[in-house]
Design a protein around this ligand. Structure first.
Ligand SMILES: [Zn+2]
Length: 348
């Protein structure tokens, strides 16, 4: 049932219409940001076909077929062999291929094409999901041609759904053979309600995660709030020392900590938090308090806002962006962070 999926009501409408008129495209591209539910929607379409008691053309979610449909056993190891094939769910007419490291392997595609040409085992159609489709690694060989041909003229009882968060990087020859359904970011309120519904989050945490999620349920669920708050505390101190105390030793100490080996993996996250905080201060200066991401520390944000000019915030953000770009050409992060904080401290 699409009912239990979150957000993207326009997609639900389109799919419901397609299902009830029996016009689901055999080659379909589900495109949209990471974590907005593309794969769940794809599975839901497949379930509508394999379900033993569909209701209004949608899966019942209770019959044996529905229950088996979404149960996949994905490889637990890094063994290449395990990715060179179609991974079937407990329902033998629903399979998927997923990338190994950064590409979907040619042998997996070859098997998908072969399987797509078989008649269904138990349902009235077969479904193949190509996850992270932009990682299709098809050179000009037989597998590539076979896939293109299958997408162009799919067997009448097979459906191939490509899932991609970067549809613009798909090969045009693939994209042009699929009908595309676009997914939008999910509304913050809907994410918050979903999180509250899981009963795993306090109201404040659910709201904070929703505001941090950029419209992605997947992202909301991945964020470790404990770690986030720890990083935020450090970045808040940076801004406070710049604007309230003019204490530069905090800046150098923070730059050092950010570049300490044990914090290496959090470096990008710290910069991102710093940017969000600066953005929040800016938003408050513009009088749009409701748009603040870090709403749970609003008093501190407001305090900073009273002590800074918008144009200084703008220049900070562009300094941080400039530094990030420079990281693409291997510069020394420690030196760059020191320089960034000193630059932020100067000039006004
Ligand atoms: Zn069912």
């Amino acid at each position: 049932m699409f009912e239990k999926l979150i957000g993207n009501n326009h997609v639900k409408e389109v799919l419901r219409r397609m299902l009830s008129s029996e016009r689901i495209p055999h080659s379909l591209l589900l495109a949209g940001a990471e974590g907005v539910g593309k794969k769940q929607f794809a599975l839901e379409i497949a379930k509508a076909f394999v379900c033993q008691n569909p209701k209004n053309f949608e899966a019942c979610d209770v019959c044996a077929s529905c229950r088996r449909a979404g149960k996949f056993e994905f490889p637990k190891s890094d063994k290449k062999d395990d990715f060179e094939k179609v991974i079937f769910s407990e329902h033998s007419d629903i399979g998927t291929v997923i990338p190994y490291k950064n590409s979907i392997l040619v042998d997996a595609i070859r098997e998908l094409v072969t399987e797509a040409n078989f008649r269904p085992y138990e349902a009235k159609a077969r479904f193949f999901l190509i996850d992270d489709a932009e990682k299709l690694n098809i050179a000009k060989d037989n597998a590539a041609n076979a896939l293109l041909k299958t997408l162009e003229e799919p067997p009448p009882t097979s459906y191939i759904f490509l899932i991609s968060s970067r549809p613009d990087t798909l090969l045009p020859t693939i994209r042009s053979r699929c009908q595309t359904i676009r997914f939008a970011p999910i509304d913050k309120k809907e994410i918050e309600e979903f999180l509250l519904g899981t009963k795993k989050f306090s109201p404040t945490d659910a709201e904070l995660l929703a505001r941090l999620s950029n419209g992605s349920i997947g992202r909301a669920l991945e964020i470790d709030l404990g770690k986030f708050r720890e990083g935020r505390e450090a970045m808040l101190k940076v801004l406070q020392s710049l604007l309230l105390r003019e204490d530069r030793s905090v800046l150098l100490r923070t730059a050092e900590e950010m570049n300490d080996a044990k914090n290496k993996d959090n470096y990008d996250a710290s910069l991102e938090i710093l940017e969000t905080l600066i953005h929040d201060v800016w938003v408050v200066k513009l009088g749009n308090e409701t748009q603040v991401v870090n709403f749970d520390i609003l008093p501190q944000i407001k305090n900073l806002a009273q002590n800074v000019e918008s144009k200084r915030l703008a220049s900070w953000l562009s300094e941080i962006e400039k530094m990030r770009e420079n990281f693409q050409v291997n510069i020394n992060r420690k030196i760059a962070t020191d320089a960034l904080f000193m630059q932020m401290a100067s000039g006004f």
